[in-house]
Design a protein around this ligand. Structure first.
Ligand SMILES: Nc1ncnc2c1ncn2[C@@H]1O[C@H](COP(=O)(O)OP(=O)(O)OP(=O)(O)O)[C@@H](O)[C@H]1O
Length: 259
């Protein structure tokens, strides 16, 4: 018997995606081609690659938003063919995912309300995650009254309150100013350490990848993009930007993109 698969483990083998039904194997019009990847349950994995290489496409495949052309894609024991409550996506722009007519608390509790969780329990859960993302005291504000960083925190609290085993994050801090971005990166690491979720985090920023990931998968430029290399990051959290090991890894990864 093989090892027991955790429900928040992701298994990808020879995964292909083409947006045209007419494409056949070997055709250069695949967006991603022959992607192999296993992400362990509870792991923080970063997908790093140049703009347009297919990072969001791979994330959307894992989310079940788009269907694969061929290959295997499993979450736990199940082949992915649609979105599921075991996976949640955090997008770059919180605006498109928050309801402007609901307060911070109502936005965070939205999924719980849909699941008909009683209000006392909803409040307990939303209090926990609003606190965790540092929004205590802002519960009754509407999205229009919040900064970009605060909206992104609401999005994260809402996703966490639904308790998915897997967080799929598509450049979630890309639109934030540098200082807010650093704070959010630190807090995300803390939240991940507290909740044992699997995180797949998409970025094209090497420094961000090195601050966050236990492993970093490098995607080649598209079309027919693949994960060409995987780096282990053997540095303790919180990561020290000034450490020589950090610079050394940064330079090795940068070299991929200079070729
Ligand atoms: N619905 C679609 N139909 C056709 N082509 C698409 C579709 N969605 C994405 N693509 C193409 O797939 C390729 C990869 O796009 P994707 O958004 O996955 O890249 P990315 O690495 O996330 O880029 P970025 O870092 O700029 O967000 C691009 O060439 C894009 O034009």
């Amino acid at each position: 018997m093989g090892a027991v698969t955790r429900p928040n483990e992701i298994y990808i083998e020879r995964l292909n995606k083409s947006y045209s039904q007419q494409q056949t194997a070997g055709d250069l019009h695949y967006i991603i081609q022959d992607v192999d990847l296993v992400v362990k349950g509870g792991e923080f994995f970063v997908l790093l690659g140049p703009s347009g290489c297919g990072k969001s496409t791979l994330l959307s495949l894992i989310a079940g938003f788009v269907s694969k052309t061929s290959g295997h894609l499993r979450v736990g024991e199940k082949e992915v063919d649609r979105p599921g409550q075991d996976r949640a996506v955090v997008f770059q722009q919180a605006d498109s995912s928050l309801f402007p007519w609901l307060t911070v608390r109502e936005n965070v509790e939205f999924g719980l309300r849909m699941k008909r969780i009683p209000s006392a329990r909803r409040k307990e859960i939303s209090d926990r995650f609003i606190g965790m993302v540092g929004l205590k005291g802002h519960e009754n504000k509407f999205p229009r009254e919040l900064s970009g960083g605060m909206k992104q925190r609401v999005q994260l609290a809402r996703v966490l309150s639904n308790d998915p085993g897997i967080l799929l994050m598509d450049e979630p801090f890309g639109a934030l100013d540098a200082m807010t971005r650093r704070t959010m990166q630190r807090e995300l690491v803390k939240i991940w350490q507290e909740t044992d979720k699997t995180v797949i985090f998409v970025t094209h920023d090497i420094q961000e990848a090195l601050l966050l990931g236990e492993r970093i998968g490098i995607m080649s430029a598209g079309p027919s993009s693949r994960i060409t290399d995987i780096y282990e990051v053997p540095l303790a959290y919180p990561r020290d930007l000034a450490a020589p090991e950090f610079h050394e890894l940064y330079n090795r990864i940068q070299a991929h993109f200079d070729e």
